[in-house]
Design a protein around this ligand. Structure first.
Ligand SMILES: [Zn+2]
Length: 278
């Protein structure tokens, strides 16, 4: 978790972001949470009345601070979504909790910020939201939550042999073989982005830009270089720019042994966002 605070500091330190470009969200209200999550599950989260098994599945020991943190992240992504709906780019320095289901936590994700932001935008009158999930792990929670909602298109490009074992169907799943490198990855992405943009024509994109696609990642099984990862981001931002729509980004995973590589990859996302939108 240290990477998120470091990311913020480094973005300012290198002058990629000015202090006034940051906003600090409050904790999310109950209403947008209830749109996506089961009421009984939310009560359990608040009270910390998880079973041992539920706690293990979440990946975290329960604490009040953990729940506050998660609710703040949810609000961050929700507000980024609103900004994106105005045609702008907005990035959460954390978020991308795509393994959270409506009624249970999984894989370090307690609440699903992408689904929460998507439904919030539907409630604000938008009717075509695309979730572009390029984290190396499949967006199982998001796919499951939004399965019946035709106004939300979920694209997940992920390692075929990575967690989760069971992968609920996204609108478009692109499972990749172990060791996939820049060239094959970017070709598949180009094709997938065209499909989303031309066939679905989203009004806004929610982007899970996890950097666990890097060859150096401990948990990923792909082999992208840092340049390949940057090109990936450029392609997504450019596709939105060309379509004249905004984009909200969540950082997602990144588990390289050397934290400086993760930071560099996440900072590249901010740099590319800034360069594409100015
Ligand atoms: Zn991941």
């Amino acid at each position: 978790m240290a990477k998120y605070e470091l990311l913020r500091q480094q973005l300012q330190h290198e002058g990629i972001m000015e202090p006034e470009q940051f906003f600090e969200p409050d904790e999310i209200d109950l209403l947008p949470l209830l749109r996506v999550h089961d009421g009984k599950y939310l009560t359990k989260l608040e009270e910390g009345s998880w079973s041992r098994q539920e706690e293990r599945r979440s990946g975290f020991p329960w604490s009040n601070a953990l729940i506050q943190r998660e609710k703040t992240i949810m609000e961050g992504t929700r507000l980024c979504g609103i900004e994106a709906a105005r045609g702008n780019v907005a990035l959460n320095i954390a978020g991308g909790t795509h393994h959270a289901f409506s009624d249970h936590a999984e894989g370090f994700c307690l609440l699903n910020d992408l689904a929460i932001a998507a439904y919030d935008l539907l409630d604000r009158g938008m009717d075509r939201i695309a979730v572009v999930d390029l984290d190396v792990h499949q967006g199982n929670g998001t796919a499951h939550i939004t399965a019946e909602e035709e106004r939300i298109f979920t694209l997940s490009m992920h390692g075929a042999h990575n967690y989760p074992l069971h992968k609920p169907q996204s609108t478009l799943d692109i499972p990749l073989p172990d060791g996939t490198g820049d060239r094959d990855y970017l070709a598949r992405l180009d094709h997938a982005l065209r499909t989303v943009m031309t066939e679905f024509q989203p009004q806004v994109v929610l982007y899970q830009c996890g950097v666990d696609v890097l060859a150096t990642d401990k948990l990923g099984r792909l082999a992208l270089t840092i340049e390949g990862c940057r090109t990936r981001d450029e392609m997504v931002f450019q596709a939105c720019k060309e379509a004249g729509i905004g984009i909200a980004c969540t950082m997602g995973g990144g588990y390289s042994a050397d934290i400086s590589i993760i930071l560099k990859a996440h900072m590249n996302t901010f740099k590319v966002a800034r360069d594409t939108w100015t």
